[in-house]
Design a protein around this ligand. Structure first.
Ligand SMILES: [Zn+2]
Ligand SMILES: [Zn+2]
Length: 338
């Protein structure tokens, strides 16, 4: 088969790789229906997170089970399944309390930009849909593998509740789905920081009530003006830079919550500043697996349309174009079809 391999900065190739097989009895092999490029794939793509050797790419996936190992009980060939970017056993103590992305046996699933994928710990990782979905549901279901689950975790970690005021830092796919999540959880006011017209439009469609175009201290000021001078109850940080993290902490009211899901790059927090900010900080790699059953139901019942973040679709063999379009911000997120 052929799949995406990153060789170095801005050098993604679609090349021959070994077709994955069952290695352990707990594995499943799935035929990918759709995969995509993640905002976090852009860190190594841009060379900000260097790679040691040519690296297969892709960690967002859904598809049909082709084969399972002898120990797999809960999924079977022919089922349509979705899994997280971290395989998890779903039975250890950490999984039981809902942090499957920190499972004691977690394994990264990182070769999904390919037609066939091996998923370890299949019983714990994969969740089947009620039936094989119609084509129009596939983009929505694919988002549950990461971006939608990550946006949902941002809102959950930021304690969004009925009537909350939420602010979202970041207008990438995760930020936009954090807006959708905050709306679903009942936020009354949702402020999104964005400077891009097409993204602002989608943010409004997902439930944003206010747009802030200012950044840094001015952005913080603007959020305070919109929240009786005290800041938002919940701030959802979906970028991962020093500026975005500080913006999030400073935009939160005293006693409020920051849910941070942007993978931090060069973020350093000042202890004294943090002490007097008086906020709850909770974040990390989203335990997507915890939310899969609930989110599959919302998509299946057509209550949410997170797949709208895909504003470009390409055949998998044009994966290099998909990276380029996202790197140049011509696309919010690109869906790839094998
Ligand atoms: Zn991702
Ligand atoms: Zn576990």
């Amino acid at each position: 088969m052929r799949g995406a391999v990153l060789y170095g900065p801005r050098d993604v190739r679609f090349e021959e790789r070994e077709t994955p097989k069952v290695i352990k009895p707990t594995d499943a092999i799935i035929r990918i229906s759709a995969t995509c490029v993640c905002g976090s794939d852009l860190w190594p793509y841009r060379g900000i997170q260097p790679i040691a050797q040519p690296t297969p790419m892709g960690h967002e996936y859904c598809g049909i089970v082709e084969e399972v190992g002898s120990a797999v009980k809960s999924v079977k060939p022919g089922q349509f399944v979705i899994g997280s970017f971290f395989a998890s056993d779903n039975i250890c103590l950490i999984c039981k309390i809902g942090y499957q992305s920190s499972c004691q046996h977690a394994e990264f699933v990182g070769t999904a930009q390919a037609p066939v994928l091996r998923v370890p710990l299949a019983d714990g990782t994969l969740v089947p849909t009620p039936e094989v979905p119609s084509q129009d549901l596939i983009p929505n279901l694919l988002t549950l593998s990461d971006v939608m689950g990550t946006g949902w975790f941002a809102a959950d970690a930021a304690n969004v509740k009925l009537g909350s005021t939420a602010a979202v830092v970041g207008d990438g796919a995760v930020g936009l789905l954090a807006v959708l999540s905050a709306k679903q959880m009942g936020a009354e006011r949702i402020i999104v920081m964005s400077r891009h017209e097409s993204r602002q439009k989608l943010a409004r469609e997902f439930g944003a009530t206010d747009i802030v175009t200012e950044r840094g201290d001015e952005g913080v000021e603007r959020i305070k003006q919109l929240t009786n001078g005290i800041g938002a109850d919940s701030v959802l940080e979906c970028v991962g830079t020093q500026q975005s993290m500080m913006q999030a902490i400073q935009s939160t009211r005293r006693g409020g919550y920051v849910g941070y899901v942007g993978v931090p790059h060069g973020v350093e927090l000042n202890g004294e500043q943090l002490f007097f900010a008086h906020v709850h900080l909770h974040g990390g790699p989203a335990p997507v697996r915890r939310y899969l059953p609930e989110l599959i139901k919302l998509v299946w019942d057509r209550k949410i349309n997170p797949g709208k973040v895909f504003d470009m679709t390409l055949p998998l063999d044009q994966v290099a174009q998909a990276y380029r379009a996202m790197d140049e911000r011509r696309a919010i997120k690109t869906l790839l079809r094998p």
